[in-house]
Ligand binder design. Structure first.
Ligand code: C5P
Length: 202
């Protein structure tokens, strides 16, 4: 039987960490849908055509170690405004969501467009300053040469592009439960997410 958990929210709100923990807790498969857009963005930076690349995307493309850079994140949010790119990536996401045994998908439009009938929808958010600090610490730990100001500017630019695009903008589904992680530890945020899902799943 399928059971789908949709977790949406802006960059660096904690949805990736929460999604992984939730998937591990319930024994569900997890798909970070941002990786699909990042994989397309990376290939476009290398000279590819966004729509052609999205149509030909292979799951092994998601295993590229270089998908986590700030440059690829920006490229991902640029290709993500193209409706044909989003359409090309939709079928893969929907079949992942329908797999037996349960699935957690995290992204921007899972609860609104990809899986409007998801069993549970969470919208995970946090203040821009909070998200920038977390992303800055993450990038610094990987040895990246960034400043907090540049990371905050990137976060705000991606928020603006993701929220204002015409195709599947970043917006909470009407029936999503809001989880603001600004003042929560990651463990508390995970516990809250698990409690929300358990209340539905039983
Ligand atoms: O989640 P992540 O930061 O890896 O996503 C990178 C970019 O991909 C986002 O800024 C957004 O523009 C795009 N994206 C999207 N829809 C999704 C997942 C990601 O538009 N479901």
């Amino acid at each position: 039987m399928s059971f789908t958990v949709a977790i949406d929210g802006p960059a660096a709100a904690g949805k990736g960490t929460i999604s992984k923990a939730v998937a591990a807790h319930f024994g569900f498969a997890h798909l970070d849908t941002g990786l699909l857009y990042r994989a397309v963005g990376a290939k476009v930076l290398a000279g590819g055509d966004p729509i052609a690349v999205a149509l030909a995307l292979d799951p092994v493309d998601l295993e590229n170690d270089d998908l986590r850079t700030a440059a690829v994140a920006q490229a991902a949010s640029e290709v993500a405004v193209i409706p044909q790119v989003r359409a090309a990536l939709a079928a893969f996401q929907r079949s992942f969501a329908a797999r037996a045994g349960g699935a957690v998908l995290d992204g921007r439009d899972i609860g609104t467009v990809i899986c409007p009938d998801a069993n549970v929808k969470l919208f995970v958010t946090a203040s821009p300053a909070c998200r920038a600090e977390r992303r800055y610490a993450e990038l610094k730990a990987k040895g990246a040469d960034v400043t907090l100001e540049s990371v905050l500017a990137d976060v705000k630019a991606r928020d603006a592009r993701d929220s204002s695009r015409a195709a599947s903008p970043l917006v909470a589904a009407d029936d999503a439960v809001l989880l603001d992680t600004s003042d929560l530890t990651i463990d508390d945020a995970i516990d809250q997410a698990i409690a929300i899902i358990s209340a539905v799943k039983g």
